[in-house]
Design a protein around this ligand. Structure first.
Ligand code: SF4
Length: 346
C-alpha cells in the first residue's frame, strides 16, 4: 500500500493553500495568516505561529509537510564577506551563496542538485546529478540564509547549481512566491533566472510574459568555440536562441535581457569575440555581464586584469552596456561556475 505524500506547504501559493483549507472546513483567511508566517516571517514551526489555535496547528502538522533541511556547511570569505552554504534536503544537496554589496544584498540559489549539463568551465557539471528541487526547496535556501542575517535580501539570482529551465515550473513558482506581496515582496525586476540557452524554456518564459529578468549565459558567440565549452550548444545553437530573442525583443521589457559572459584566458576574449559579442548585444539591446573566471579549473584560467579591462573596453567603446562583475567569493569557490560542494556526497 502506498503512503500518500503530504503537500509541501512551502511550495503552495496562497490560493492553493486557501483552497485546501476551505475544503477541510477552515476559514479562508487562515491561508493568509499561514502564508505570512511561512513567507514573510519565515517561521516553519507551527507552535511558533502564535495567532493560530492549537487544534489548527495540529491540523497543519497532520495535513502538510514542512521544510526539512540542514545546513551542512558554511564557508565565509575572509576577504569580501561572501558566504557559501551547503543545504541538504534528504539526499539532495545544493549550494547557495550570500553576496553582500554596498548598495544591495544579493543571493545566488540553486534549482537542481548537480546539473545534467556539463559546461567545461563549471564544477557543478562534474558532480552527480541528483535531481530537481521543489519550489519549497528553492525557497528554503532564500529563507534559510535570510534567517542568518539582519540584512534584508534585495536581489536573487537563480544561477547556482542546475539549469532553471530544466526545472521550469518549480523555478517560476519559487520566483513568484518570493515576489508575493504577503511574502518577501521582492521586486520582480530584482529576480533573475539564468539559463544556458534552453530554447523551449526561453520561448515559454516569453510567451507567458514572465516579469523576471532573463540572463542568457552565452560565453561565446562563435558556434565552434561555444560547443567546446558548453554542451548545450549542440542541442540549442545560440544563433537559434538569439534569433528567437531578436524576434521577440519588442515583447520584453527594457532591461529585462542580459548576457552572461564568463571570461576564460586564451579562449573567448580575443578582439573578434568582443566585436561579435558587441554586435549581438546591440541588436538585442542586452546588457553584458562579464564574469572573469575566478580561478583555475579544468585547464582553464582567469585572464590577467589587463586583458579583462581590454575586453570590457572593446565592448564599451562599441556602445554596449557592459559590467565587469567582480568575481566575489573567490576564496570559497562560491563564484560563478564553482558551486561543486566540496563536501557534497557523490
Ligand atoms: S554552468 Fe550552469 S548549466 Fe553549465 S554545467 Fe554549470 S550549472 Fe550546469
Amino acid at each position: 500500500m502506498s503512503i500518500e505524500k503530504k503537500p509541501e506547504i512551502l511550495s503552495l501559493t496562497e490560493d492553493e493553500l486557501a483552497h485546501l483549507l476551505v475544503a477541510d472546513g477552515h476559514k479562508k483567511f487562515r491561508a493568509q495568516q499561514v502564508f505570512q508566517w511561512l513567507h514573510l516571517k519565515q517561521v516553519f514551526d507551527v507552535r511558533q505561529m502564535t495567532n493560530l489555535k492549537a487544534d489548527f496547528q495540529d491540523y497543519l502538522t497532520e495535513k502538510f509537510s514542512f521544510p526539512d533541511f540542514k545546513i551542512l556547511n558554511e564557508s565565509k570569505s575572509p576577504s569580501d564577506q561572501t558566504a557559501k552554504y551547503l543545504f541538504a534536503f534528504g539526499k539532495k544537496q545544493v549550494e547557495s551563496v550570500w553576496l553582500p554589496y554596498e548598495n544591495r544584498q544579493s543571493i545566488c540559489i540553486s534549482v537542481q542538485s548537480g546539473c545534467s549539463l556539463d559546461c567545461s568551465f563549471c564544477a557543478t557539471g562534474k558532480i552527480a546529478f541528483k535531481g530537481n528541487l521543489t519550489a519549497g526547496e528553492i525557497l528554503t535556501q532564500v529563507y534559510g540564509m535570510q534567517q542568518l542575517y539582519d540584512r534584508r535580501i534585495t536581489n536573487i539570482v537563480f544561477m547556482g547549481m542546475g539549469e532553471p529551465f530544466y526545472n521550469y515550473d518549480n523555478a517560476i513558482r519559487a520566483a513568484s512566491l518570493i515576489a508575493h506581496q504577503h511574502g518577501m515582496n521582492i521586486s520582480r525586476r530584482r529576480i533573475t533566472l539564468s539559463t544556458s540557452g534552453v530554447l523551449p524554456g526561453i520561448q515559454r518564459f516569453i510567451e507567458e510574459k514572465q516579469p523576471y529578468r532573463l540572463a542568457l549565459s552565452l560565453h561565446s558567440v562563435f558556434a565552434d568555440k561555444r560547443k567546446r565549452i558548453m554542451d548545450i550548444e549542440e542541442k540549442y545553437p545560440f544563433e537559434d536562441v538569439l534569433g528567437y530573442l531578436r524576434e521577440k525583443r519588442g515583447e520584453m521589457q527594457q532591461g529585462q535581457l542580459m548576457f552572461e559572459y564568463i571570461m576564460i584566458d586564451g579562449i573567448n576574449i580575443f578582439p573578434d569575440d568582443a566585436k561579435e559579442l558587441a554586435r549581438w548585444a546591440k541588436l538585442l539591446n542586452a546588457k553584458v555581464n562579464l564574469i572573469p573566471m575566478n580561478t583555475e579549473f579544468n585547464g582553464m584560467h582567469r585572464p590577467s586584469e589587463e586583458k579583462i579591462y581590454e575586453f570590457w573596453r572593446a565592448l564599451v567603446e562599441r556602445g554596449v552596456v557592459a559590467v565587469n562583475r567582480k568575481s566575489p567569493a573567490k576564496d570559497i569557490d562560491g563564484a560563478c561556475g564553482m558551486l561543486a560542494g566540496q563536501k557534497l556526497a557523490s
